[in-house]
Design a protein around this ligand. Structure first.
Ligand code: OSB
Ligand code: MG
Length: 377
């Protein structure tokens, strides 16, 4: 590959259409890093999944920015990587910081798609032209509000609903939605807010025909999840606890989960996402693609990933308008009548970035060029 011309990291800020409350806090504005890599007249994009603060995992926008500036960008200019896999290999010495690494790894996948004229789905071995999706519903001020919110999503055409739960807000919300929608695909996500002492709550949730219970216990635990899974018939799905294919293997081996949520940012990018997918397919563990309330750029990567055959459960990838008044891509993701999103067919991420809007929501930027790293040339 010829060398990279320039890299830009911008911080963006884009208000959500509605507040999003989870067991760890409330989000009202999407803040993210968008990376652009220029090479041979092509522009490739990456979106960092880290949140503003270390609530979901240990990374933050600022920590990712630091790792990008200090380690990843110098490495990019120092090497002529032929593939995202080469880049990933070169980051072996960097422990953790998966979301920072994934930002560049994914931009390199976009670049590879644009260089070869192939869509991301094609490059990854996707088999589906549309992907089944659901909506993740934040904690609501009251059960009434919850029923109204869920109803509006059901009317939009969503076929699977995920309810965020926290201690004191679990059984009643689930009961209310089950009573209103006896047959809808329903699941819950605790974002690690409970412990084994809350066993009784999970025993109650076990009676509501839930598709799965996502990350009920600690973010760094798999042992207690295995203890809980043994006593529940509802599958446990791990999100926060899985950072690597090895984590996935260990969790499956001790039966800590029967489903895995794959988020490319959390697991260091698309290569590792695919490895976890392949492992789960082999072990007959269903997977689905999680979301981090991404902009259309991050969403395009998630949709491509979800087109792989093992993604048999609906993913947390909703239409653009569920998140933003106006998404930063020219053709927004829209929900089809069968509750799916179409997989882009154009090269790379297959969506065009609305440069004007991207510019308008940019609050700071840094530009890097090869001649800033003379030691690497
Ligand atoms: O746990 O899945 C999660 C958003 C931010 C952080 C963590 C999670 C989520 C979601 C949103 O559930 C899913 C989406 O992007 O629509
Ligand atoms: Mg989750």
């Amino acid at each position: 590959m010829t060398p990279i011309q320039s890299i830009e990291i911008r911080k963006i800020s884009l208000p959500y259409v509605s507040r999003f409350e989870t067991s760890f806090g409330v989000e009202t504005i999407k803040q993210a890093l968008i990376v652009t890599i220029k090479k041979d007249g092509l522009i490739a994009y990456g979106e960092c999944a880290a949140m503003a603060g270390p609530w979901y995992n240990e990374e933050t926008i600022a920590s990712a920015q630091y790792i990008l500036n200090q380690y990843l960008i110098p490495q990019l200019f120092g090497n002529k990587f032929d593939s995202p896999a080469d880049f990933l290999k070169a980051t072996d010495g960097i422990r953790g910081n998966n979301m920072a690494v994934a930002t560049v790894e994914m931009a390199l996948w976009d670049l590879m798609g644009k260089v070869t004229g192939k869509s991301l789905s094609q490059l990854l071995g996707g088999t589906k032209s549309k992907v089944q999706v659901g909506v993740s519903v934040g904690i609501q001020p009251s059960i009434d509000d919850l029923v109204k919110t869920v109803t509006s999503y059901v009317q939009d055409g969503y076929k699977r609903i995920k309810l965020k739960i926290k201690p004191g807000y679990e059984v009643e919300p689930v009961r209310a939605i089950r009573e209103t929608y006896p047959d809808i695909m329903l699941q819950v996500d605790a974002n690690s807010a409970f412990s084994l002492e809350d066993f009784h709550t999970f025993k109650q949730l076990d009676d509501f025909k839930l598709l799965l219970i996502e990350q009920p216990l600690a973010h760094d635990d798999i042992l207690d999840h295995a203890k809980l899974q043994k006593q529940l018939s509802t599958p446990i799905c791990l999100d926060e606890s899985i950072h690597t294919p090895q984590d996935a293997r260990k969790a499956i081996e001790i039966d800590a989960c029967r489903v895995i949520n794959i988020k490319p940012g959390r697991v260091r990018g698309l290569q590792r996402s695919k490895e976890i997918h392949d492992l789960c397919l082999e072990r007959k563990i269903p997977v689905w693609c999680g979301g981090m309330l991404e902009t259309g750029i991050g969403r395009a990567f998630n949709v491509a990933l979800a087109s792989l055959p093992g993604f048999v459960l609906p993913s947390d990838i909703s239409a653009s308008r569920r998140y933003f008044k106006r998404d930063i891509i020219t053709k927004e993701f829209e929900l089809t009548t069968d509750g799916t999103l179409e997989v882009p067919k154009e090269p790379g991420i297959g969506v065009e970035v609305d440069k004007q809007l991207l510019e308008a929501c940019t609050i700071s930027r840094e530009q890097f060029t090869a001649n800033q790293f003379p030691a690497n040339q």
